[in-house]
Design a protein around this ligand. Structure first.
Ligand code: SF4
Ligand code: MG
Length: 326
């Protein structure tokens, strides 16, 4: 993903000027084969828009997306069939994302039919195979979504995403609608499938605890921009952006394996329609200085492969040392 932006025009009637919502505002990212990239941020930061753009469902305002050899950002309608065989998505809400009138068998077989893959026997075989892989029993194939628990429905959602054998799977809050007691099962299933099938993931979540558990690399988004990205170790052991530190400080203690000094961010995320000037985070940042209110901090390296967009990225550790939570 190179210099990607997705801007939505809003309004523009006689009542007021046309405004622009910069849902994604100049993002660069890569995901290597077999890698899981964690994409973190509060709701409204642009994570889902980014996912929809990678899926080819939302056209970018500018910038490029390439997956394997396919240029997604320039994809025409005809390319979307091919794209669906490369990228798939696991949705947050397994209740809303399954057709209540279709059996599991039909839900899983439909994409194969649509893509003209296999004869009747092969379709049956692939449906049975993917059901076994996600931990569903063969006799469950003729049941309807309402006959399943939330966790089982998400297994169906995962099977549907994988039946076309994509290379990249975008998981958009895959466990946040599920009961806490079954989240770990689903996360572990996703990890097993990634290794078995050689998939790449983008794991989108507002929950840094989930991302910590699954990601090889992490990107942190705030109001349409990436404010920090790096390897798992850099992000969780030496985070440089105050927002990343605030997110880590908010992980429940039981899941914290190491202490990172940080303060929870104050207040709410501002509207993406009126992002604060300079550093978007300055209205909530405990370290904000005058420079932060006027100058946009660029995403710059703090170490090889580790970048942060903060004017104080090099001083962040000592500055944060004074902000230890009790
Ligand atoms: Fe905080 Fe300033 Fe860094 Fe933005 S640039 S995160 S306001 S210290
Ligand atoms: Mg979302």
């Amino acid at each position: 993903i190179d210099n990607l932006a997705v801007h939505y025009p809003i309004g523009g009637t006689f009542r007021g000027p046309r405004r622009v919502l910069k849902a994604v505002d100049g993002i660069a990212l890569t995901v290597a084969p077999g890698e899981c990239l964690g994409l973190v941020g509060e709701s409204g930061c642009g994570k889902s828009t980014l996912a929809m753009t990678i899926m080819g469902l939302v056209p970018p305002t500018h910038g490029r997306i390439r997956i394997a050899d396919q240029e997604i950002s320039a994809a025409k309608k005809a390319d979307h069939m091919h794209l669906a065989r490369t990228v798939q998505m696991v949705f947050q809400d397994p209740y809303a994302s399954l057709n209540p009138r279709q059996t599991v068998r039909r839900t899983l077989a439909d994409p194969l039919r649509l893509h003209g893959i296999g004869n009747k026997t092969e379709v049956e075989h692939r449906v049975a195979d993917i059901m076994a892989k996600v931990g569903l029993r063969p006799e469950q194939a003729d049941r309807y979504p309402h006959e399943f628990s939330g966790g089982q429905r998400q297994r169906i959602g995962i099977a549907r995403a994988l039946i076309l054998r994509p290379r990249l799977v975008l998981c958009d809050e895959p466990v946040s609608a599920l009961d806490v007691s079954i989240r770990a099962q689903i996360i572990n299933l996703l990890l097993e499938l990634k290794d078995d099938l050689g998939l790449s993931y983008v794991m989108i979540s507002h929950d840094l605890g989930v991302v910590e558990h699954v990601s090889d690399r992490v990107a942190v988004m705030y109001l349409g921009r990436i404010v920090e990205r790096g390897g798992w170790r850099e992000i969780f052991e030496d985070p440089r952006h105050p927002y990343t530190r605030a997110l880590i400080a908010a992980i429940p203690d039981a899941f914290r394996r190491r202490a990172v000094a940080g303060q929870k961010a104050r207040g709410e995320i501002p509207s993406a329609l009126a992002p604060p000037p300079g550093c978007h985070f300055h209205t909530r940042c405990p370290l904000a200085a005058d420079q932060c209110r006027s100058d946009v901090p660029l995403l710059e390296p703090v170490a090889p492969g580790h970048l942060a967009a903060c004017h104080f990225r090099d001083r962040a550790t000592s500055l944060h040392g004074e902000l230890v939570e009790p």
